[in-house]
Write a protein of this length. Structure first.
Length: 382
């Protein structure tokens, strides 16, 4: 077994209304910030109280919300120019993955003198990053604790993994109330996506005793969030349970690795602006069926944690029950069950498979896979 090395970074704060204390927490890293905001949250008025928290504590800031449906390198260039001109002390990112990844890129490259595309093409930043504070508005952010940032290359619409410095994110502030801006279907799709992220990290060859511990707890919390508790001992609101599960699944995925579903979903999102959650929930049952061949014991364990099968179920029955459990939750909220339902052709999806095969994350999947293997998975789910 490889040596286990764990650094406590970043600080994590999770709880209802914790975003109201954003100003208090931010003062530790400066008094002048660029706040990158998801435009949808701004339209809904969901960030007003967060910004007021900064104003009340005399923190100087300006907002940047010029984020298209899927932010790419050209958006990062614009944000980077504004950040440098303002001589800021740090960045606060409020929103979904695209917001957080743009903020990570700007922080990582703030003091660099080389062109942005040098780093998109593989160069590693060599200067100290700006402090980053993340306030996610969704329940799953598999790269929030990672030293990588998935970025869309505007030249090709391909996803690239920007290398960042360890410890770039100083604070991750999870407020379950921010997730209440999501629709019921969005919440359901992201919950299944979170369960998929946790499952694939649990199956990954990079899994360790630490990631196993975190992921098992994430799966248990997700079970309560999706189905409720079988007793009155768990009275935590659903949005809090889902946020807790998402936080722990993201931490577990960083300690282990994401899998084929997350990898394909990122590439489909980059090229065609289809929600990662929708692509993931469609692929998830097929990944379980594929993993039966080599990780059935771990899948059975997940099934028992979720209470998806009877306590005395054998391994084979437990895995079958897990697949059915996922499909029932997909059907329950009428989510698409086939990739063709997303309005994409098989030829378009083949490009996404090629993009996924070119990323080094393919080397940490639960089993050895090539771009051709990923396309075979896509064909089965199409």
């Amino acid at each position: 077994m490889a040596d286990f090395i764990f650094k406590i970074q970043p600080n994590i704060v999770l709880g209802s209304y914790t975003s109201a204390r954003l100003g208090q927490f931010s003062k530790e890293w400066g008094t002048k910030f660029m706040v990158i905001v998801d435009p949808l949250l701004k339209q809904l008025g969901a960030v007003d109280k967060l910004l007021q928290s900064l104003t009340d504590r005399n923190i100087d800031f300006f907002t940047f919300d010029e984020l298209p449906e899927a932010a790419d390198t050209e958006v990062i260039k614009e944000a980077l120019t504004l950040a440098k001109e303002a001589h800021i002390h740090g960045i606060i990112a409020i929103g979904s993955s695209k917001t957080i990844n743009v903020a990570k890129a700007v922080c990582a490259l703030f003091h660099e003198t080389h062109d942005l595309y040098d780093f998109i093409d593989g160069a590693a930043p060599s200067t100290a990053p700006l402090p980053l504070i993340c306030v996610p508005s969704t329940i799953r952010e598999p790269f929030i604790f990672s030293d990588r940032a998935p970025i869309i290359d505007a030249r090709s619409s391909e996803i690239k993994l920007l290398k960042t410095t360890n410890g770039l994110c100083k604070l991750a502030l999870f407020d379950p109330n921010l997730t209440l801006t999501l629709t019921e279907n969005q919440t359901a799709a992201m919950a299944i996506e979170t369960l998929c992220i946790a499952t694939e990290a649990y199956l990954s060859p990079k899994a360790s005793f630490f990631s196993d511990m975190v992921i098992e707890k994430a799966i248990e919390l997700m079970g309560y969030g999706l189905d409720g508790s079988r007793s009155l001992t768990v009275t935590t609101p659903q949005e809090v349970l889902l946020s807790q599960s998402g936080c722990m699944a993201s931490l577990g995925a960083t300690s282990s690795s994401i899998g084929a579903c997350a990898l394909i979903a990122m590439c489909v999102n980059a090229r065609y602006k289809i929600s990662r959650a929708l692509t993931t929930e469609i692929l998830f049952p097929y990944v379980i069926e594929d993993a039966v061949k080599y990780k059935s014991d771990r899948l059975a364990r997940i099934s028992h944690i979720l209470n998806a099968c009877p306590v005395d179920a054998n391994e084979k029955d437990a895995v079958s029950a897990l697949t059915e459990y996922v499909r029932q939750h997909i059907a329950k909220v009428n989510l698409p069950s086939r990739l063709k339902d997303l309005g994409l052709t098989i030829e378009q999806l083949s490009l996404a498979a090629e993009d996924a095969g070119s990323l080094d994350l393919i080397n940490t999947l639960p089993r050895s896979m090539s771009a051709d293997d990923l396309f075979d998975l896509i064909k089965v789910a199409y």
